[in-house]
Write a protein that binds this ligand. Structure first.
Ligand SMILES: Nc1ncnc2c1ncn2[C@@H]1O[C@H](COP(=O)(O)OP(=O)(O)OP(=O)(O)O)[C@@H](O)[C@H]1O
Ligand SMILES: [Mg+2]
Length: 461
């Protein structure tokens, strides 16, 4: 049951990261072991302070420590704040939750904003569960599968049972298994020389790899084929107790509970406090029995200035609770109104929240950095682009913005394709630059146009 939940969690997290496709080239924070940023690494370029700040936070999270409420990344648009947050997610590893939302998501919800945030917080807290299971584990040294023709289709053979001998470095054991396991052995398939694990209770078989004494290829009916992973023959007894850990989130358990009691869950449904209390009690019991531990992860809120005062108040309270995720906020606003009030505040964030955040900044990249980022983007998008065209885009990046420059790449590719060229050349860049304009240009343009019509200008002021 719980295994199922875990698989779902990982898929969803991947989907979240995928949604942020323009950052697909980011694979980490690119830090060395002293937590110093390497110029260009893991798809990130420059922005050393912000990357190192993120790295320090990741380290603290891994040690189970909490730096206040967390980190605020501040910097102009397109300077890599979101990219660095994605880098953090990759550094945290699979079983530390990283939940990404955007401040603007709190509008137009069918559930209360505080409920939305509560769910996000619970998705950002992992529960690492420890389970013990009895298994038979070893290298298959003998395998006899008894087969007979399938009654409804004599061309197919089905297994009726099997005798299998498993060996570790220290012991050899022969097992007689029934139809279910025998068919699984056929299906996988398991061959002599494979190292396998059979769950003593459920009969579930896992191929752990191929015994290193057997080499990387094996002979089958259809010839030689490669096997995936070479491993050593295990040591110790064949039958052993194994501890496995898997991580779900508090939110996963909330959902599983609703399903369990009612069998049905509506999308965007509010989860009652009663259910959450029950789940908390259940998890607390597991923790007391040393069967689980809580892992606070990261709740990343992009465009944090879009949150309103009610949301900030809720977050402040929730983050004071005993187990809370670390908050990472990003914004490109200097002083702006806190939504839902007429008060201005730095970054549109109430002061009491700001006071509990560490702040790091991203800066405008220089030309070399822009060039490097564009090159990495082109590679990530699988675009063939000439050196000259890249240089031209870098100039556009310096003059307008990195974002404008990188947004021109795909249109340039479309133009190159249409012209039958396989590589993006300066002429394609020139062409799209003559068509698409940057925000500064579009604003300038409208201002000038409207100025020509003084009546309209007055009206639209
Ligand atoms: N230093 C960098 N290294 C690698 N890629 C970068 C860097 N800075 C920006 N990028 C890439 O440029 C694009 C824009 O960056 P990103 O979205 O992270 O900016 P941002 O600071 O979050 O901007 P905004 O304030 O508009 O949200 C993305 O494709 C991002 O991956
Ligand atoms: Mg961003």
């Amino acid at each position: 049951m719980s295994g199922e939940v875990k698989i779902k969690e990982i898929e969803r997290r991947k989907a979240e990261v995928r949604r942020l496709g323009i950052h697909s080239h980011v694979t980490g924070l690119g830090l060395d072991k002293n937590l110093k940023a390497i110029d260009v690494a893991d798809g990130l370029v420059g922005q050393k302070e912000a990357r190192e700040a993120a790295g320090i936070i990741v380290k603290l999270i891994k040690e189970g420590k909490k730096p206040g409420h967390g980190l605020l990344l501040v910097g102009p648009p397109g300077t890599g704040k979101t990219a660095i947050a994605i880098g953090m997610a990759r550094e945290l590893g699979h079983d530390v939750p990283f939940v990404a939302i955007s401040g603007s998501e709190i509008y137009g919800l069918t559930i209360r904003k505080t409920e939305f945030l509560r769910q996000a917080i619970r998705r950002a807290i992992g529960v690492r569960m420890k389970e013990t299971k009895e298994v038979y584990e070893g290298e298959v040294i003998e395998l006899e599968i008894e087969k007979e023709p399938y009654p409804y289709n004599p061309y197919i053979q089905i297994a009726t049972g099997a005798i299998i001998t498993l060996a570790t470095k220290d012991e050899t054991k022969t097992l007689e298994v029934g139809e279910k396991i025998a068919n699984k052995l056929l299906e996988l398939p398991v061959r002599i020389g494979d190292v396998i694990e059979i769950d003593a209770e459920t009969g579930w078989i896992t191929k752990l790899g191929r015994s290193s004494s057997k080499g990387l290829t094996t002979k089958g009916k259809t010839g030689e084929y490669k096997v995936a992973k070479l491993i050593d023959r295990p040591s110790g007894p064949v039958r052993k107790t194994k501890t496995i850990t898997h991580t779900v989130t508090l939110h996963d358990i909330d959902i599983a509970n609703i399903r369990f009691h009612r069998g049905l869950l509506f999308r965007e449904e509010e989860i009652s406090d009663e259910i959450r209390q029950k789940v908390d009690e259940y998890v607390n019991d597991l923790i007391k029995e040393h069967k689980a531990e809580l892992i606070p992860g990261v709740l990343f809120i992009d465009e944090a200035h879009m949150l309103d005062v009610e949301s900030f108040a809720f977050l402040s309270r929730a983050l004071e609770e005993e187990f809370a995720p670390v908050l990472v906020l990003a914004t490109n606003r200097a002083i702006t109104t806190v939504k839902g009030t007429d008060m201005k505040s730095p970054h549109g964030i109430p002061i009491d929240m700001l006071d509990r955040l560490l702040i790091a900044r991203t800066r405008f990249p220089n030309r070399d950095e822009i060039l490097k980022i564009l090159e990495i983007r082109a590679e990530a998008e699988d675009l063939k682009i000439s050196k000259e065209a890249l240089e031209m885009l870098a100039d556009i990046g310096v003059k307008y913005s990195l974002r404008h420059a990188s947004q021109l790449m795909l249109p340039a590719k479309a133009v190159a394709d249409a012209m039958g060229d396989s590589t993006i050349e300066p002429k394609h860049i020139e062409r799209v630059r003559s068509i698409f304009i940057d925000t500064r240009e579009s604003v300038e343009y409208l201002k000038n146009e409207l100025a020509r019509d003084s009546f309209l200008a007055e009206f639209l002021k």
